[in-house]
Design a protein around this ligand. Structure first.
Ligand code: PMT
Length: 398
């Protein structure tokens, strides 16, 4: 199977003399089995004809953000969700600045903001523009957000200058794209991930639960699958479609999640507990709907089993990564859980904020283990999941 088989790649083309080379990038991506859709900025059309790119890619070329015909076909949000990879080659200095500032004044910049896919850029600009502190600061910001930068190459430029700033060669760009999918970080490994909330019944009608949407756990399942792992996703009730190519085990209560976790963990290499497990359940689940009893009602609760601690104790060779949902003294409470649950590492996140944590599309976390800690600044949960797995593998030589 070719390296990019079944991969969906948006090739973004911005204005610059290197745009003519993007035709070669399309061809080589397709040679590797990828399905390519081209999105051009209006300026790019001055350097290469959209018709050329349409003929090469076999798909309509998208240019305008408010193109009613294109929107009817596949609007910018659909395109953003369709892609496994957003590859912008060439990426002009101006477009890079737009990315840094979250502009959405072109179809391509709107897709960049909306997509959960990996983002890769191949900068192309005059050597003096590349060397400008503003350009270098923009590149550094994008790298911090997890954007992969390819090149630029150094040498004689179309303007006659000599130095760094030329777009990387098409075959180098495609090789880098392949490596992102075949990063193989977890190739051959079995990864078990718990995600979402649990629901603890009070009676046939009511239950106790929490605000977990499952997004963090599902992003980890997606990233682990992309990294070549065999993934078992054990999920509480959520409204997310499970990532393709991973095995989903749907559960409701903590008890069910425990049973599924113990079974899946027996032959696993990694166990990631991203689920928000209810700490307590009703001591007795009423067989009939509990009738209203005056102004107040008392319900007796008892502790649920600690799933991740039980899994860790039962599988001494398993690498166990937990999460800590805290609202204060975050690092201190997380370190307590690292020890008390016998984890290899723990991801601490602040769930008192509205822009990260429960149900948010983004998260901002700290990786904490016995010897170190690392902050992952705010980014999409899709990108954060890839970054956490990369850190886990590189840091611990899995
Ligand atoms: O799902 P999202 O909407 O994307 O939100 C993501 C998240 C906030 C749920 C996620 O990032 C997160 O923090 N998950 C852990 C939530 C939680 O239960 O944290 P905790 O500090 O209460 O539990 C600590 C660890 O023990 C967790 O790994 C948890 O899965 C595990 N645990 C807790 C209780 C229990 N009975 N069994 C467990 O295994």
């Amino acid at each position: 199977m070719s390296s990019l088989s079944n991969k969906r790649i948006i090739l973004g083309v911005t204005g610059g003399i290197a745009a003519y080379k993007s035709a070669e990038v399309v061809r080589r991506l397709q040679d590797q089995g990828a399905e390519v859709r081209v999105v051009m900025t209006p300026a790019a059309g001055e350097f290469i004809r959209p018709l050329t790119m349409q003929a090469l890619s076999g798909n309509p070329v998208h240019i305008e953000l408010l193109d009613s015909e294109a929107e009817a076909g596949m609007g910018h949000i659909e395109l953003a969700r369709w892609a496994d990879l957003l590859l912008i080659a060439p990426a002009s200095a101006d477009f890079i600045a737009n990315m840094v500032h979250g502009r959405a004044d072109s179809l391509l910049s709107a897709i960049h903001l909306a997509t959960p896919a990996m983002v890769v850029i191949a900068p192309a600009m005059n050597q003096a523009m590349w060397a400008h502190p503003a350009s270098l600061a923009n590149i550094a910001t994008l790298q911090e957000r997890g954007v992969c930068i390819i090149g630029p190459d150094a040498g004689i430029q179309a303007c006659g200058d000599v130095g760094p700033g030329r777009m990387q060669r098409p075959d180098d760009i495609v090789e880098r794209a392949i490596s992102l999918f075949e990063n193989g970080l977890l190739a051959g490994k079995k990864v078990v991930i718990t995600a979402g909330p649990t629901r603890e019944a009070l009676d046939p009608v009511r239950y106790i639960s929490n605000h977990s949407s499952g997004k963090m756990g599902y992003a980890l399942a997606q990233a682990a699958t992309e990294a070549g792992a065999k993934v078992t996703l054990i999920s509480g009730p959520v409204s997310l479609a499970p990532p393709e190519r991973c095995q989903l085990t749907a559960v409701t209560s903590a008890d069910e999640m425990l049973s599924a976790s113990l079974e899946a963990a027996t032959d696993a290499d990694v166990f990631i507990a991203a689920a928000a497990v209810a700490d307590y359940r009703a001591s007795t689940v009423a067989e009939q709907k509990i009738k209203k009893q005056g102004e107040q009602m008392t319900i007796n609760l008892e502790k649920n089993p600690d799933i991740v601690a039980t899994v860790s104790a039962a599988n001494p060779n398993l690498f166990v990564l937990g999460f800590a949902a805290e609202t204060q003294d975050i690092e201190s409470y997380a370190r307590d859980k690292l020890a008390s649950k016998n984890l290899n590492a723990i991801i601490a996140n602040d769930v008192s904020r509205g822009d990260v944590g429960f149900n948010a599309d983004d998260n901002e976390v700290s990786w904490i283990d016995a010897d170190s800690s690392k902050v992952f600044s705010k980014r999409s949960k899709a990108q954060l999941a890839r970054d956490i797995l990369e850190h886990m593998v590189n840091h611990l030589k899995l």
